[in-house]
Design a protein around this ligand. Structure first.
Ligand code: DAH
Length: 351
């Protein structure tokens, strides 16, 4: 070490400036700290030289030493902060989560053709002034059969074997019970208002399921009751309905039939959309495809439900929803309608 403390201080100043400028990592930083700021440093040792300093210079020498120490401390601290910040940034960079990854998208559901056609049919009848009512899937013998003129021993029951919950409670085999409900609702309140309603809903029958048969299927019941309602009203209404649903070119045909709750009864066919009525494999050569049963409400039914058949008359019809959906959308297997396969539903986009 220099003998002269002032020169020694000057030398430390220069060396420390060079050392500080060359700090490039934590290692060189610690070296600088040890070399210039530790107890064993030259800067500490220099204080021991105070005795060689003339008295009048002691104060300013001490001040200069302190200032240099402060300066080195500040520079070391600055470098330390710089490294700490750099390290933090590197760590953050490493641990960064890439939130720009594409999210998981959810597919939009599609409306089932069953409900699409129920909506469409409901719109048609609403525009004709009908109301849409709801019935119950679980009903009793009285509403499913008796009030529809199908007493306990009636042979028509054989065709409608269903799922019984008890002797008397069952899953409805037809929506026709809605007719009785509506008429009794009114007559029990002594409000024999005219009726124009449809009731869409599920029906159940014991069946062996295949491409054209199902133990569950949809029906839409229709009922009009007023004074002077004739078969001509039925024909006009159904003609309009069929043309709205299948197109203006479709024709209907009425064939006489039998249902216990209508008299006379008819079966209604629509001209085949495939051949236009000429006859093809789709309509089995007949030119027509059966779509529904209908008729004039049997006076016995009107009477049982509180409407005097001498004053009132009406027409009723029951149409299979799945059948209409199959015809309109060209579905090849009735089971597709309820097996919930989204690929099937996609086929109906925009139809
Ligand atoms: N409910 C009958 C069936 O399931 C369909 C039907 C026929 C309903 C004639 C009616 C009707 O309202 O008048 O076979």
């Amino acid at each position: 070490m220099e003998k002269n403390p002032l020169e020694a201080l000057e030398a430390i100043k220069k060396e420390s400036a060079i050392a500080i400028a060359s700090i490039k990592d934590r290692l060189s930083l610690n070296e600088v700290r040890n070399r210039f700021l530790s107890k064993k440093s030259e800067l500490s040792a220099i204080m021991g030289m105070m005795k060689d300093i003339p008295n009048e210079m002691k104060a300013s020498f001490g001040k200069s030493v302190n200032e240099l120490r402060k300066y080195i401390e500040t520079k070391v601290k600055e470098k330390e902060d710089e490294f700490a910040l750099k390290e933090l940034n590197e760590k953050l960079e490493k641990e960064k989560i890439d939130i720009t990854l594409p999210g998981r998208s959810y597919e939009r559901g599609k409306i089932n053709p069953y409900y699409a056609i129920v909506d469409e049919i409901s719109e048609i009848f609403l525009s004709l002034g009908f109301e849409v009512v709801e019935g119950d899937d679980i009903t009793d013998d009285k509403f499913n059969f008796e009030l529809l003129n199908i007493p306990e021993d009636h042979p028509a029951r054989d065709m409608q074997d269903t799922f019984y919950i008890s002797q008397n409670i069952l899953l409805r085999t037809q929506t026709s019970g809605a007719q009785a409900h509506k008429m009794i609702d009114n007559s029990s309140k002594n409000e024999l208002k005219p009726i124009k309603m449809i009731c869409p809903g599920k029906c159940y029958r014991r069946d062996d399921d295949d491409a054209t048969h199902s133990h569950q299927f949809g029906q839409i019941e229709g009922l009009v009751v007023d004074k002077g309602i004739s078969l001509a009203d039925l024909k006009g209404t159904l003609e309009l309905f069929v043309k709205r649903l299948f197109g203006e070119k479709r024709e209907i045909r009425l064939r006489s039939s039998y249902f216990p709750f209508t008299e006379p009864s008819v079966e209604v066919d629509v001209s085949c959309s495939h051949c236009g009525g000429k006859g093809c494999s789709m309509c089995k050569g007949t030119g027509y495809i059966e779509i529904l049963g209908a008729g004039e409400v049997n006076p016995k039914v009107l009477e049982m439900c509180g409407y005097d058949p001498k004053i009132y008359s009406g027409f009723a019809f029951g149409v299979g929803i799945d059948r209409l959906a199959i015809l309109k959308y060209g579905i090849d297997d009735i089971r597709r309608i309820y097996t919930n396969d989204v690929r099937f539903l996609k086929d109906f986009e925009g139809k």
